[in-house]
Design a protein around this ligand. Sequence first.
Ligand code: ZN
Length: 688
Amino acid sequence: MNKPKRYTVTTALPYTNGPIHIGHLAGVYVPADIYVRYLRLTGNDVAFIGGSDEHGVPITIKAKNEGVSPQDIVDKYHAIIKKSFEDFGISYDNYSRTSAPIHHETASEFFKTLNEKGEFIEETTEQLFDEQANQFLADRFVTGTCPKCGNEEAYGDQCEKCGTSLNATDLINPKSALTGNVPTLKETKHWFLPLDRYEDFLKEWILVGHKKDWKPNVYGQVKSWIDDGLRPRAVTRDLDWGIPVPAQGGEGKVLYVWFDAPIGYISSTKEWAAREGKDWEPYWKDEDTKLVHFIGKDNIVFHCIIFPAMLKAEGSYILPDNVPANEFLNLEGNKLSTSKNWAVWLPEYLKEFPGQQDVLRYVLTANAPETKDNDFTWKDFQARNNNELVAIFGNFINRVVVLTNKYYEGIVAKPSEFQQVDEETMAAVKAYPDVIASSIERYRFREALNELMNLARLGNKYLADAEPWKVIKEDEERTKTIMYVALQIASALATLSEPFLPFTSKKLKSMLNVTLSGVETSWNDVSTKEVLLPAGHQIGKADLLFSKIEDETIQAQLDKLKASKKANEAANKTVEPQKETIAFEDFTKLDMRVGTILEAEKMPKAKKLLVLKVDTGIDVRTIVSGIAESFTPEEVVGKKVTVLVNLAPRALRGVESQGMILMTETADGKLVFVNPDDATVTNGLQIS
Ligand SMILES: [Zn+2]
């Protein structure tokens, strides 16, 4: 493509059954935001489009579990997600939702067009049906074994382990997610998009046409699907939550969420254009528009095969120029998981690190899973903040602004003649816009951010080597030049950091007083303008851009994750299977009595054992019990307990134990007395 006339940039529609976490931000939203902010700074016409995905099965399951309506669920999470994006500076031109009327209308029209053109196959097939729930099972309503990789927890639409896109009937040993029942097969009619008809088109367009410019992970996944052979895919579902199928025989059916969701990009663009008084069509139909979809790797099949096939079938739309999907981000070595609460949630982060959105944006970009899965660790977060943002970027800016205020009352001094180091430094600064731009345009945001930090390193080193705080004692003119050059670097950083660190950039621009005074520079100005901050310009006072993060703060985050892990382990603890059945006569052999603990003391040199004196109603006897890790002696004295009194006595560490106190153990390992704890129950009563 020649230089595009305009850009349409979309981000995967987050699914509204929960808030969003760092994995979403790192994989999709921060890279997309860097890209569009850069495009705007370089004077391009951009529509940055997003929205919430509010249809589909998981929302209906969540609503059912919580006893509310699906609309309640999506209203709640749409608001939370939208706010998180605003809080983290994701600079959408429009953020819509798929329950909006404009989307229902757009998706409905899209379906009708394809239906009228004969692009669908209508077929009555046997689908999985849950007799008890009286409902067809597809997508997340059914789990089973993936026929490709053997994962036993694959869903009816996709295996999350190997990424294969599935039909529910492909699953081996399917099980209803609603009732746990084994489903039966029942006939129902659906509309199918015959993907096999698009194989040649997809081969030509992607495998030949985008061999060089698409990321290898994306290209590889697409190639393997096409090589496997594509099959017709149902675009409708038997469900009551979604967009009704606008065709005869469509009663009680809705559009498959993966048919309607990507059309959400188009609806959201329409909503934006209507509000801004623009025409939406060139953003989707003009060949001079560059369309880019930012997504995570689990969405590749939908954006590279199904949606392009839909657009191609419709006939009047352009195709994406690139789909720079990222791999996954892990957290402290484990897969991020909403259900296991193994995540850093954005609303929580903001509460615990107020005003530090850019630190998270920075770390997630520096460590982005661009080519392989990557790990987020709190130690790395702390190290990158303290050693990079504070020690390099922040330190440089602080010195420049503080010294300029100290020496020249905040006025940019007039430089004297440049020495070689000054000339070289200024030339190096002017090269950065192109270097960073080249990385951004190839979707290499880690590399781009590293180049930005190299500019900060250049400034930091220039100042440390030139030592104006020493030079000022003997050479005032030289000091003016040093401070002048350092201020130009600071100004370049203010502009070039904007895509990555928008809050910092804004603060820095305000510190340098470039926003109000009309000397704000564009991206290209950094290369082309002779001077960014002219002599005589008045800057403001110093304000810290970043602050050190202490060990305690990091430890608190690690403790929180540890608590999540423990809770998960407790929840996953398996229930022991039932033992072999016994005859009633065997049970009657057990003589269990109610008793009271009269005395208790620790068994010397035994961590787990307490020596108890127990009144069993028959006698007062000694019982040794392994409860010392859960109770102190003081806690158990006076307690009513259940005792197995006719257990053969045995010696424990030289003390004869005459019976056993019945205990149980909770999921998190705490012992609890099995106890008829009632004042009217007297000692010696039989348990039967
Ligand atoms: Zn699989």
